[in-house]
Write a protein that binds this ligand. Structure first.
Ligand SMILES: [Ca+2]
Length: 329
C-alpha cells in the first residue's frame, strides 16, 4: 500500500463513525467458526463484520426489555383502542389473505393479526437498527445482565449471513429491531430460514413488502410450533383458599397438568368450556390491585415460542380477542 493511500484510509477512518470499533473481540474466531460450519468465506465474513458498528443503544435496550415491566404497565403498551382498531382495519384490508393462511396452516386468524399488531403495529414500525449492527453488538458486546445470551446472538448472526445468498438480502442494509428481528412479523434470522414461506410464489420469501409472505410466515410459525385451531388460549381462574401456588409457572409455560388436576389443586376454571382432560398450566400476572391467575393452554405456550414472555403471550391473546370482537361487528 502506498503511503498516500494509507494516509487517506487513516483519514477516512478518523473522520467516519463507520470506521470505529472495526475489530470486534471474538470476530475472527466467529468468522473461522462459520467458515468451517457453513462453508462461508472467512475473509468475506471478517470484512463484513468490520463494517458492523457497536451500538450502545442496543446494549441499553437489551438491558431493559419491556417484558421486565409488571403486567399492569406492559398491557397498556399493546392492548390499546388504537391497536385494536388497527387490527380490525388490517384484517379487513387483507381479509382473503388472512383467511387463506389461517385455513392453509390451521391457525386462528385473529392470532395472526394480533401478533403482527404487537410486533410492528401492522407493519408500521419494523425497527430502525441495522441488523448487522444489532447482531454483532449482541454477539461481541453482550452486557453483564446475569443472563449471557451472546451465544444465541452469535448463532443468529451466522444464520443472518446465510440469508445473504439464500434470500438475496443486502446484509449491509437490512434493518430491524435492536435484537435483529426482521420485517413485518419480526423474524429472527434462524426463524426466517426455518419458518418463512413464499406464499405469493415469486421465488423469494419477502418479509417486508409481500403481505402474502408475511401473513403466511406468521401462520406457518404458529402451525409448526403446534397451534391447535379453535382451542382455548387462556381463561381466568380464581384460586381457592389453600391452592397450591407451587404450580404457578415461572419460565416454562408448556402445560404439565390437566385442567382436572389443576382444579383439584385449587385452580378450578370458572369457565364451563374448560375440558378436564386438557393439558394446562397456571400463569400469574401482576395487576395494580394484586395478582390475577390464568389457566393457560398449549396455544398460550405456542405464543411464547414467538416471544418467551408470558406478558407477551397474554397481550397477544387479549388483543386477538378484542380484534375478533371488533371484526365481527
Ligand atoms: Ca414471495
Amino acid at each position: 500500500m502506498s503511503m498516500k493511500r494509507a494516509l487517506a484510509l487513516t483519514l477516512v477512518c478518523f473522520l467516519s463513525a463507520s470506521c470505529q470499533a472495526q475489530q470486534h473481540p471474538g470476530a475472527e474466531e466467529f468468522a473461522a467458526g462459520v467458515a468451517e460450519e457453513y462453508n462461508l468465506d472467512a475473509q468475506e465474513v471478517i470484512a463484513l463484520l468490520q463494517e458492523a458498528r457497536f451500538k450502545q443503544s442496543i446494549v441499553d435496550a437489551i438491558s431493559r426489555p419491556a417484558e421486565a415491566k409488571p403486567w399492569f404497565d406492559y398491557r397498556p403498551i399493546f392492548v390499546t383502542r388504537k391497536r385494536i382498531r388497527g387490527g380490525v382495519e388490517f384484517w379487513r384490508e387483507h381479509e382473503a389473505l388472512v383467511a387463506l393462511a389461517a385455513e392453509q396452516f390451521g391457525v386462528d386468524p385473529q392470532i395472526i393479526v394480533a401478533i403482527i399488531g404487537v410486533e410492528t403495529f401492522y407493519g408500521r414500525i419494523t425497527g430502525g437498527y441495522r441488523v448487522l449492527d444489532a447482531l454483532a453488538t449482541l454477539s461481541f458486546y453482550y452486557p453483564d445482565t446475569g443472563n449471557d445470551r451472546s451465544d444465541f446472538f452469535s448463532r443468529e448472526l451466522a444464520q443472518f449471513l446465510l440469508l445473504g445468498d439464500e434470500e438475496s438480502l443486502p446484509l449491509r442494509e437490512v434493518s430491524g429491531s435492536y435484537a435483529g428481528a426482521m420485517g413485518v412479523g419480526q423474524f429472527m434470522p434462524s426463524s426466517y430460514r426455518e419458518y418463512a414461506v413464499d406464499l405469493d410464489g415469486d421465488g423469494r420469501r419477502d418479509l417486508w413488502s409481500s403481505m402474502p409472505d408475511v401473513i403466511g410466515s406468521v401462520a406457518n410459525y404458529l402451525h409448526r410450533h403446534g397451534w391447535e385451531p379453535g382451542q382455548p388460549v387462556a381463561m381466568p381462574v380464581q384460586p381457592a383458599p389453600g391452592a397450591d401456588f407451587d404450580l404457578v409457572a415461572r419460565r416454562n409455560f408448556k402445560p404439565q397438568k390437566t385442567v382436572a388436576e389443576l382444579a383439584a389443586a385449587g385452580f378450578a376454571a370458572g369457565d364451563a368450556a374448560a375440558n378436564g382432560s386438557e393439558p394446562a398450566t397456571i400463569v400469574r400476572l401482576e395487576e395494580e390491585d394484586g395478582d390475577s391467575y390464568w389457566l393457560t393452554f398449549e396455544n398460550f405456550y405456542v405464543i411464547t415460542r414467538y416471544n418467551r414472555s408470558p406478558l407477551y403471550a397474554m397481550a397477544v391473546f387479549e388483543l386477538s380477542e378484542a380484534i375478533l370482537a371488533g371484526f365481527g361487528e
